[in-house]
Ligand binder design. Structure first.
Ligand SMILES: [Zn+2]
Length: 54
């Protein structure tokens, strides 16, 4: 999977454009809104839509 345009911070639901992507997953990410940098707490826009759409 190619890198998405942004990742969604599930802590504050903001799009985050500051991240490193390798292969098919983020390796580093920083939410500039709430300071979250736990990779486990970010989703791709696609995954986020699936989550909130269900
Ligand atoms: Zn955040």
């Amino acid at each position: 999977m190619a890198a998405p345009e942004y990742l969604v911070c599930i802590n504050c639901e903001s799009p985050c454009y500051v991240f490193e992507w390798k292969d098919d997953a983020p390796t580093e990410v920083l939410c500039e809104v709430c300071g979250n940098e736990d990779i486990e707490e970010f989703l791709t826009p696609e995954d986020f839509d699936t989550l909130i759409g269900s």
